[in-house]
Design a protein around this ligand. Structure first.
Ligand SMILES: Cc1ncc(COP(=O)(O)O)c(C=O)c1O
Length: 442
């Protein structure tokens, strides 16, 4: 039996001085029925160790950036070399030029980019540019997609595609909600209806091309093509939020795989190789609206800092090596297929959506295609499965709407240890009649 006493003590201290005891609400373990989160002291390769000395195989992957594994020797070396040269200049650097060129090679629609520090900044800035370029105020986004925590991004849906949104957080003025419309994912008629009502005021349609924030959800055939066509028809820009997908689905973005080109793209997570780095970019004529060339102001003291950028260059070099994505894909397929098989063998109703090395196991028998269907995933069963896996040294994201991410250093032995843990977890849950209860409820 693993114990978490030290974590519990740190949590007590944390609660006194850090709001909610965590620095991002998604790190809280409330939703998985634990009194406190675990506190991690160190990580290496595919493993993390908590303050109680428990070892975990890591599939949380820091909520998606983790792909190279922790403390990758070449990344550590790059950080040391960059640190010796100084970590922040407040000037232009040769590294950022090289990274911008590399990103354009990998994702051709990125004719020009601007580096920022986080995903939130990338999306906030891309939307500002879209508004500046089109001279229009409104944004359409999709239920279940997440785009960071800037004001407009935290507006939830109104009661239908023709209605304006409501603030999803305190502290956001109603006037901001009036500029946002949220429609269901994979629902082209709803988008068409929203554009019919608001089209002449819509600056941008913002979407995760493959969604990672209601669990993994694929765009259905023709959906993104339809979104592209409608945005052209109404003169709105199409922004792909590729903060999860870029360099996760392939060397490049989901747009490379899916063959739909947006006007603007946002990047973050994996591109930083574990350091804070975001970017937004796209068509040059649009990006030229950004200061100092254009009227849309956006700036950053830490933006494109040489430490993050040099690490990003190294991360892309590693990810660009032959066989990297094939290997990740093979490992994730093995893990996902067997998880589904094992869980179902104990009578659980499960759905699995996989996007290359990321996948979500939903505790439902309803195919998941949007937020409404993702929400049918049983919260109590997920929470119990999370705790059973944690007890067996497998670290997952503490939410039914997140994904497992397979990383380069995961070995076959890690995958088999994970499957053995899942077998025990499902068996323990089934022994308590939880599969039968799910069947009765379904
Ligand atoms: C698709 C997407 N966009 C934007 C963000 C915000 O990025 P950050 O947390 O770096 O601000 C996230 C974070 O989870 C994300 O998943």
């Amino acid at each position: 039996m693993r114990t978490y006493q030290q974590s519990a003590q740190y949590y007590e201290r944390a609660l006194r001085r850090i709001v909610g005891g965590v620095n991002s609400p998604s790190r809280s373990y409330g939703a998985v029925g634990m009194p406190h989160p675990i506190f991690i002291r160190r990580a290496e390769g595919a493993y993390m160790w908590d303050v109680d000395g428990n070892r975990y195989i890591d599939y949380l992957a820091a909520f998606a950036p983790g792909i190279l594994g922790h403390a990758h020797p070449e990344i550590v070396e790059t950080i040391a070399a960059a640190a010796r040269d100084g970590t922040l200049y407040g000037t232009a650097t040769p590294y950022e030029v090289e990274l911008a060129e590399r990103l354009h090679e990998a994702i051709p629609s990125l004719e020009k980019v601007r580096f920022v520090s986080t995903g939130t900044e990338a999306v906030m800035s891309a939307v500002r540019v879209a508004r500046a370029y089109t001279g229009r105020p409104k944004v359409i986004k999709f239920e279940g997609c997440y785009h960071g925590h800037s004001d407009f991004a935290l507006i939830k849906a109104g009661s239908g595609p023709a209605t304006l949104g409501q603030p999803d957080s305190a502290g956001i003025p109603l006037s901001t909600a009036q500029e946002v419309i949220t429609v269901p994912y994979n629902d082209l008629p709803a988008l068409a209806q929203a554009l019919e009502v608001w089209g002449s005021q819509v600056a941008a349609v913002l979407i995760e091309p493959i969604c990672g924030n209601m669990g993994i959800v694929w765009p259905e055939p023709g959906f993104l093509e339809g979104v592209r066509e409608l945005t052209r028809q109404y003169g709105a820009l199409l922004i792909f939020d590729e903060i999860i997908t870029a360099f996760r689905v392939c060397y490049g973005g989901a747009q490379n795989l899916l063959g739909v080109e947006p006007d603007l793209t946002t990047l973050g997570k994996a591109i930083g190789g574990g350091l804070p780095l975001g970017a937004y970019g796209g068509r040059a004529e649009i990006m030229d609206y950004v200061a100092p060339l254009g009227p849309a102001y956006q700036a950053g003291t830490l933006a494109g800092n040489p430490l993050s950028v040099r690490v990003a260059l190294k991360a892309l070099e590693i990810l660009g090596r032959p066989g990297v994505y094939e290997d990740l894909d093979r490992k994730a397929a093995y893990l996902a297929d067997n998880l589904l098989r094992i869980g179902r063998s104990y009578g659980f109703k499960l759905q699995l959506n996989r996007m290359a090395s990321g996948f979500t196991l939903f505790f439902t028998d309803v195919p998941v295609r949007d937020y409404a269907t993702a929400s049918t995933s049983d919260q109590a069963l997920f929470a119990r499965f999370f705790r059973e896996m944690l007890q067996r040294g497998i670290l997952l994201a503490p939410s039914r709407f997140e994904a497992w991410f397979v990383q380069i250093p995961h070995t076959q032995a890690d995958l088999d240890e994970t499957l053995a843990a899942a077998d025990e977890a499902f068996r323990a849950m089934a022994a308590e009649g939880l599969a039968d209860r799910q069947a009765d409820q379904g």
